[in-house]
Write a protein of this length. Structure first.
Length: 266
C-alpha cells in the first residue's frame, strides 16, 4: 500500500513532538533533582554555620577573649568572634534589646564587681532616653502604650549610700508625682522620643525601670560610664553560608532589696 507524503509528514511530526515531550519531562526531572540537591546542601551549610556561630559564643565565654582569626571546627565550618563592652558617654542598655516593664535593668555607675571608680566625684548629669516611637497615653499595658520611667540611684559612700528616687512620665497627669520628660536623641542609629536628666554625685549603681510598657533605653552623659557587660558577636561560616549570633553577657542583676525605696515597681 502506498503512503502519501502528507501521512509521512504527520508521522514525523508525532515522533518529533513525542521526543520534545520526553526531553522536557527529562529536563524537568533533572532540574528538580538539582534544585533539591542545592536546597539540601544550603540547608546543611546553614545549620553548620549556625552551630559554628554558637560554638564561637561558647568558646569566647570560656576563654574571655575574642577570636578575630577564623577558628576551624573540622566539618567545613569555622567561626570568628568579637567582644564589645558597652560603655562610654552614649550607648543603649541591654545590647539594644527592650528592657522589661516593671523589671528594669541595672546601670553601673562604678566598676563591677567591687564598686570602684565611682563616676562624677563632684557632680554630673546623666540623661536616660526611652520610647523609640510615639505611642498612646493609655494606662493599660499593651503594644501601643507609651512607657514611663522609674529610676533609683545609689550614690555616695558604698557602706552607707544615698538613695535618689525619680519618676518620669511623658503623659502628663497619668502617673501621680511623676515629672514630665524632655526630647530624646539618636543613639547608635536608634531615635528616642523622650529623655530625662538624673543628677549624679559619686555614683554607685542605678536601677532603670520602665513602667506601663517594655521599651529600649539609651544613656548619654558628659562623662564616661563604666562597662555594663559584654556583647559577643559570633559569625559562623560553612561553604557560602554565613550566620551571625549575638549574645549579651550582662552582670548579675542586684536584688531589688538593694533598692529599698523603689517607688512603684515592687
Amino acid at each position: 500500500m502506498r503512503k502519501f507524503s502528507g501521512e509521512k509528514g504527520q508521522m514525523l511530526l508525532v515522533v518529533v513532538l513525542t521526543m520534545i515531550v520526553a526531553l522536557t519531562v527529562g529536563l524537568s526531572l533533572v532540574s528538580r533533582t538539582i534544585t533539591n540537591l542545592r536546597i539540601s546542601k544550603q540547608s546543611e551549610e546553614s545549620q553548620r554555620a549556625f552551630q559554628a556561630a554558637e560554638a564561637g559564643i561558647e568558646k569566647t565565654l570560656e576563654s574571655g577573649t575574642g577570636y578575630l582569626i577564623p577558628q576551624s571546627l573540622g566539618n567545613n565550618a569555622q567561626y570568628k568572634t568579637e567582644i564589645n563592652n558597652p560603655s562610654g558617654n552614649a550607648f543603649i542598655l541591654n545590647a539594644s534589646e527592650v528592657v522589661e516593664q516593671d523589671v528594669g535593668i541595672d546601670l553601673w555607675l562604678s566598676d563591677y564587681p567591687n564598686y570602684s571608680n565611682q563616676i562624677c566625684s563632684s557632680s554630673c548629669t546623666i540623661s536616660i532616653h526611652f520610647n523609640t516611637i510615639e505611642q498612646s497615653c493609655s494606662t493599660d499595658a499593651g503594644n501601643n502604650t507609651r512607657a514611663g520611667l522609674e529610676v533609683v540611684v545609689l550614690s555616695g559612700v558604698i557602706s552607707n549610700p544615698t538613695v535618689g528616687k525619680y519618676l518620669f512620665d511623658a503623659c502628663p497627669g497619668r502617673t501621680p508625682g511623676a515629672v514630665n520628660t524632655g526630647s530624646g536623641t539618636t543613639i547608635d542609629a536608634t531615635t528616642f522620643q523622650h529623655a530625662v536628666s538624673i543628677p549624679v554625685s559619686n555614683g554607685i549603681i542605678a536601677r532603670v525601670i520602665p513602667i506601663y510598657n517594655s521599651v529600649k533605653v539609651g544613656v548619654t552623659s558628659s562623662v564616661n560610664i563604666p562597662v555594663q557587660g559584654r556583647i559577643i558577636e559570633s559569625i559562623g561560616e560553612s561553604g557560602e553560608t554565613i550566620r551571625k549570633v549575638q549574645y549579651f553577657s550582662s552582670y548579675p542583676q542586684l536584688p531589688l532589696e538593694i533598692f529599698p525605696y523603689s517607688i512603684i515597681s515592687q
